[in-house]
Design a protein. Structure first.
Length: 418
């Protein structure tokens, strides 16, 4: 007879329960959960397992202080310090980890079974996963270029460059020496290829093509999460995440500027032309392509592709048409509020993480491209006024996004912290 999971969970030792909560916390961090949602999820799980836990999360680690409420104060204290790399969004693993945590907390799975199920998520990515990752880079870059209404040459250049960046990152991320410079190397590659195409093949919207090629690396979501954490009074985590976003923008800017400078020293003279000739059907086709790319980029389960794509398209449509009527900040606010409320409703009805809907809906609104464009203009022209308007747009969009996130949680409160 197999052991009863409920009895196994109830009979689990204090150390076993602490180890399970610690592992869940580390995985939620690795799958891109923000500080306030991670800490709330850890506290809820700890209470279900008869533990007292005081978590502290930051973008590069966790501190978890545990105690046994059935014992004298101070007699059972355990503190876990977990050093982690900044998390990367993985909707499939986030959903599975959430299901495992619920199963253990409700007694449908023992803690030992929970550990085994979590370790199955550590299987290395196979060739299909790597292929999807590369395809998401190419389709995401080409799709965003199409969303901006750029000419076909710009779209093709961005798509090919995105694919090459994905291939480059596949190798650079394996080596510590090149991992830290991966964003700068990617921008160097994007900038140089754009200059070569504009010099020998045809005119490009140079900065727009470079930025579209780098869309997967832009820290727009990181910047939004940072301000969201600051608004939630997670000041240390928010400040660190904000600094990380600014550093990424600086790396991308440095790489792009070096590429353009080297091309100039080599005698290349790119032909730059501001042109956005595409009709609405191309833009909406690009939106469909981009939403599919983000579903792959966020590593969603196949059954969740319709939800992810629908959320991304809804976020874009609400912000676009709302912006045309009431202005860009109002459109962004409305889209963020609706998608946050929709994510919370999805979590309530499906008993799954609301991030499956919330994250892809918000990714279409984040100001990563605008922030990079502002810094590029500032560096290229050496004029504060050149980048000031773009950076002011970034501030307005971030404030509208955070307000939408906060009010969305008021419209439909989240039942699940994720």
């Amino acid at each position: 007879m197999s052991p009863d999971p409920i009895a196994s969970t109830n009979q689990a030792t204090y150390a076993q329960r602490v180890a399970f909560v610690s592992e869940i916390a580390g995985r939620l961090h690795s799958y891109g959960t923000t500080a306030q949602r991670l800490e709330a999820a850890v506290v809820a799980l700890s209470q279900q397992l008869d533990l007292d836990c005081e978590p502290w999360s930051n973008p590069t680690g966790l501190i978890l202080s545990f105690s046994d409420p059935t014992k004298a104060i101070g007699s059972s204290d355990i503190t876990r310090v977990i050093r982690l790399a900044p998390g990367d969004n993985d909707l499939h693993k986030l959903s599975v980890a959430d299901q495992i945590a619920d199963a253990v907390a409700q007694g449908r799975m023992s803690i030992a079974q929970g550990h085994t199920a979590l370790r199955q998520l550590d299987r290395p990515m196979d060739w299909r996963g790597h292929t999807r990752n590369l395809l998401s880079f190419a389709l995401g870059s080409a799709g965003v270029a199409g969303l901006w209404g750029l000419p076909w040459l710009d779209i093709a250049t961005a798509g090919v460059t995105g694919l090459l960046i994905g291939l480059m990152l596949y190798y650079t991320d394996r080596r510590p020496a090149t991992r830290e410079a991966s964003e700068a190397l990617a921008a160097l590659l994007a900038g140089f290829l754009a200059v070569v195409v504009a010099s020998f093949i045809g005119p490009l919207n140079l900065n727009s093509t470079i930025i579209a090629s780098l869309v997967v690396l832009l820290p727009g979501m990181t910047l939004t999460n940072a301000v969201n954490e600051l608004a939630s009074q997670h000041w240390v985590s928010g400040t660190a995440r904000f600094a990380g976003a600014v550093t990424t923008i600086m790396k991308l800017t440095v790489g792009a500027v070096i590429a353009v400078t080297l091309a100039g020293l080599m005698g290349l003279e790119p032909v730059v032309k501001a042109s956005r000739p595409q009709s609405d059907w191309v833009i909406w086709g690009a939106m469909l392509l981009t939403s599919f790319a983000f579903a792959m980029l966020f590593r969603a389960s196949r059954r969740d592709y319709p939800w992810v794509m629908a959320a991304a398209i809804a976020g874009y449509a609400i912000s676009r048409y709302g912006g045309e009527i009431w202005g860009v900040p109002a459109g962004v606010f409305l889209a963020a509020m609706v998608l946050t409320a929709a994510g919370n409703l999805f979590g309530r009805l499906a008993q799954r993480p609301g991030a499956i809907v919330r994250l892809p809906g918000i990714i279409m609104l984040v100001p990563g491209s605008t922030s990079l464009r502002g810094v590029l203009n500032l560096i290229q022209q050496q004029d504060v006024n050149a980048g000031q308007s773009a950076l002011l747009i970034v501030l307005n969009v971030v404030m509208a996004l955070v307000a939408g996130l906060l009010f969305g949680n008021l419209v439909i409160p989240a039942r699940k912290n994720l």
